[in-house]
Structure formats: structure tokens, C-alpha cells
Design a protein around this ligand. Structure first.
Ligand SMILES: *Cc1c(COP(=O)(O)O)cnc(C)c1O
Length: 429
């Protein structure tokens, strides 16, 4: 390679000198699948183009946001128009009100909403609000669920008893870890045990209603309803972390798809259309505890940024068009069926979990429904599948424990190409 066109690994080496691991978010490094990460030059519709001009069909979609495909003309135009009017004001705009109205109209459980800049910010603020509202300190989270990198969430089950959390990252204090109780997804008994012991101290349960961050795990019938009932019994708040599932598994998110009403909802990813915008909202009496209306503090210099709001509003407009999610479901169903067919020839057995336009192929002999069954997967087989797909031009998440996403731009002709490429890739597992 000439110095004017360094290879991808040279680019990664250069980045590593000035950025820890060469990445601004750990999962972008190909640590669990090997090789050096792809450096992206541009993206359009279902395609990603790397710095060498190689085309990939993208199933990462910026980890979820790009439900319309990359660089959708309506979204790009909205951002360009907004940019000409100024990049940030730190003052009120009509766009923020429109965005809040759009979210409240779409999600019946959300009466008021606050815009923030990342999913992490939304979940941290929602938990603080739940604590402020209830006057309690403990929260329940599920082992393996991801809610961003706030201290309260970087907690693992303590050895032996499940009742006290331990920090899962250096730098998280025992104090914050001890206020986080760990339960098991799809296991109401594990929640029941925590509530029996400490129910009156629990401010909130926070859950990914469809898990995306252990790979896709589907809530079993009655699980989410059971959480609702534990919360109602102890005046605990139920927080649905819909940063991934919101506007992804249906226009009303997982709460619409499964018919459960949380007290608070966190949103991100799709809601910002690819720009840094996230949100949290819920019952008005809870949201009115927020400053300046109430005593719970939360703020943000760039919150409700006009470019991010423009991208979000343009995205919500497109996905609200009649038939959008029916079409996405049809495409997702075909994507799943083609994949299942291709994987029949896999030397390692696989399990496919899909809800709407999010799906994971687990390399495992038994069905994957919780943390233990997820971590039991053959990650080496996933790594071989990943590399084979990458060389075929299919860009999958560089980890077994992630969701794959489809956009509305992945039409039948794209999916036909995906099916052929996947069949070739499966032979190399
Ligand atoms: C991505 C994600 C987050 C964190 O959002 P960021 O914007 O990366 O901070 C939180 N919760 C869930 C369920 C997510 O998928």
C-alpha cells in the first residue's frame, strides 16, 4: 500500500496511538472476532463502503438507528436545512416541542418527555428520576441487559447470593453497585425473591423488554406482565429501556408490540435518525418531578439540538407512514427464513431469535432465552461465520452477543443477494 492509501490495519495502528484501542466505543474493535476493524468511508441505503471502496450490505446500521437505511434523502435534507439556520442555540425551539408531541402521540405511556443526547444519559436520568419520585434507592436490573455505561448498570451478580451487586468495571464504587439488584431475564421467580426481601426499597425495575444486548432474547409470555404486577404491588416504577426496541420492533416499540404500559420509557437510536438524540419520558406526575418543575436535577447544553431534532422528526415522519412496519416485517420475515435455510448446512447447530427487524443467530444446540443460555454459545463458530460473511460483503456485528438489524432499504433484491452470500459463508464455518 502506498503511504497515501494506508491499509485498514495501518489506519487502526495509527488510531490506536491516540485513541484507546483505536475506537470510541469498545464493540467497534473486532476483539471477539479477530482481525482489524473496517474503516468506513461512506454509506447509502443498505450499503456501507470502506476506505478501499469495498461494498458491504450492512446489518449493524450504526447499532440500530438507521431504520430507513443510510443517508435517507428526507433525513439528510432536513439536517442540511436545519444546519443553515444555526447549529445550536441552547434556547427553546418549536422543533423540540414537535418532537415531544410526536413521541407522546406515538407512545400512549408517555405523557411528557425530555430530550437528551445518548441512551446512556436517558437511562441514568430515568433511574435518578425514579429514585427521586419514590424516595427509594435500589433498582433491579437483569443480568446481561445493557443500559449504557452509567455506574448503576455496570454491575454483576455477587457470588452466591444474588441480592447484592458487585462492580463489573473498575471505577464503579461498591456503593453504587450495592444499590443495584440483579435478577434473571425470563425468570419471574428471581424477581419475586428480590421483591420479597427488599420490595419496599426498590425504586424501579429497568429492563430491555426485548433484549438486544445479549443478542436478541424474546420475553416469554407473562414475563413483562409479571414485572408490571410486581411493580404495582410495591409502588415500584417499571422502566422499559427501549433505546434499541423503540420505533424498531413496532411504531409503538416493545410496549406496543407486547401490550404492557411502563411508567417510564427510555429511547435512543432510531428516535435520533442517526444523530445524537435520545429521550426519556412517561407519566406526567413522574416527569414533573424534574427540574425546573420539580427537585430532581437533569440538564444538557446540547439537549434537543436542532440538527438532531430535525433528523429525528424526519425519521419519525417516514416510519409513521401507513404500511411502514408491515413492509419491514415482511422483509424481516424473509431475512429470517433465508438465513434459516442457509444455516441448515451449518456444521455447528444454530438458534435464530427474531422480533421484528432485530435478529440474532446463536451458535448453540439449545434455545437461547436468558443469560446462561446466551453465554453457552460457541463464540468461535460465530467468529468464523462473521469473517466468512465479511469476506462475502456482509457486515454483521463483530460479536455473538449483539442484534442484527434490517432497514426498509434492505428490499427483496438485496435480500436475494444476502441469501446467496450467506449460503457461501456458511460453507466456511
Ligand atoms: C444502545 C443502548 C443503550 C445506550 O445508548 P447509547 O446511546 O449508546 O448511550 C442503552 N440501552 C439500550 C437497551 C441500548 O441498546
Amino acid at each position: 500500500m502506498t503511504p497515501s492509501h494506508p491499509s485498514q490495519s495501518e489506519r487502526h495502528a495509527r488510531a490506536r496511538k491516540v485513541i484507546p484501542g483505536g475506537v470510541n466505543s469498545p464493540v467497534r474493535a473486532f476483539k471477539s472476532v479477530g482481525g482489524s476493524p473496517v474503516f468506513v468511508a461512506s454509506a447509502k441505503g443498505p450499503f456501507l463502503y470502506d476506505v478501499d471502496g469495498k461494498e458491504y450490505i450492512d446489518f449493524v446500521l450504526s447499532w440500530g438507528p438507521m431504520i430507513l437505511g443510510h443517508a435517507h434523502p428526507a433525513v439528510v435534507e432536513a439536517v442540511q436545512k436545519a444546519a443553515e439556520k444555526g447549529l445550536s442555540f441552547g434556547a427553546c425551539t418549536d422543533g423540540e416541542t414537535e418532537m415531544a408531541e410526536a413521541i407522546c402521540n406515538l407512545l400512549p405511556s408517555v405523557e411528557k418527555v425530555r430530550l437528551v443526547c445518548s441512551g446512556t444519559e436517558a437511562t441514568m436520568a430515568a433511574v435518578r428520576l425514579a429514585r427521586g419520585y419514590t424516595g427509594r434507592e435500589k433498582i433491579v436490573k437483569f443480568r446481561g441487559c445493557y443500559h449504557g455505561h452509567g455506574d448503576s448498570f455496570l454491575v454483576q451478580a455477587g457470588s452466591g447470593a444474588m441480592t447484592f451487586g458487585n462492580p463489573s468495571s473498575p471505577g464503579v464504587t461498591r456503593g453504587s453497585a450495592q444499590d443495584t439488584l440483579i435478577a434473571e431475564f425470563n425468570n419471574l421467580d428471581s424477581v419475586k425473591a428480590l421483591f420479597a426481601e427488599q420490595g419496599s426499597e426498590i425504586a424501579a425495575i429497568i429492563v430491555e423488554p426485548v433484549v438486544g444486548n445479549m443478542g436478541v432474547l424474546i420475553p416469554e409470555p407473562g414475563f413483562l406482565q409479571g414485572l408490571r404486577e410486581f411493580c404495582d404491588g410495591k409502588k415500584t416504577l417499571l422502566i422499559f429501556d427501549e433505546v434499541m426496541t423503540g420505533f424498531r420492533v413496532s411504531l409503538q416499540g416493545a410496549q406496543g408490540r407486547f401490550g404492557i404500559k411502563p411508567d417510564l420509557t427510555t429511547m435512543g437510536k432510531v428516535v435520533g435518525g442517526g444523530l445524537p438524540l435520545a429521550a426519556y419520558g412517561g407519566r406526567a406526575d413522574i416527569m414533573d418531578m424534574l427540574s425546573p418543575e420539580g427537585p430532581v436535577y437533569q440538564a444538557g447544553t446540547l439537549s434537543g439540538n436542532p440538527l438532531a431534532v430535525a433528523a429525528g422528526l424526519a425519521t419519525l415522519k417516514e416510519i409513521s407512514k401507513p404500511g411502514f412496519y408491515d413492509r419491514l416485517e415482511t422483509l424481516s420475515n424473509r431475512w429470517e427464513n433465508d438465513l434459516r435455510t442457509a444455516l441448515e448446512k451449518s456444521p455447528v447447530p444454530t438458534q435464530v431469535n427474531r422480533v421484528g427487524a432485530m435478529m440474532t443467530v446463536f451458535f448453540s444446540t439449545k434455545s437461547v432465552r436468558d443469560y446462561d443460555s446466551a453465554v453457552a454459545c460457541d463464540t468461535a463458530a460465530y467468529g468464523r461465520f462473521f469473517q466468512a460473511c465479511l469476506s462475502e460483503g456482509l457486515y454483521l456485528a463483530p460479536s455473538q452477543f449483539e442484534a442484527g438489524f434490517l432497514s426498509i432499504a434492505h428490499d427483496e433484491s438485496i435480500l436475494a443477494r444476502v441469501a446467496e452470500k450467506t449460503e457461501r459463508a456458511v460453507k466456511k464455518i
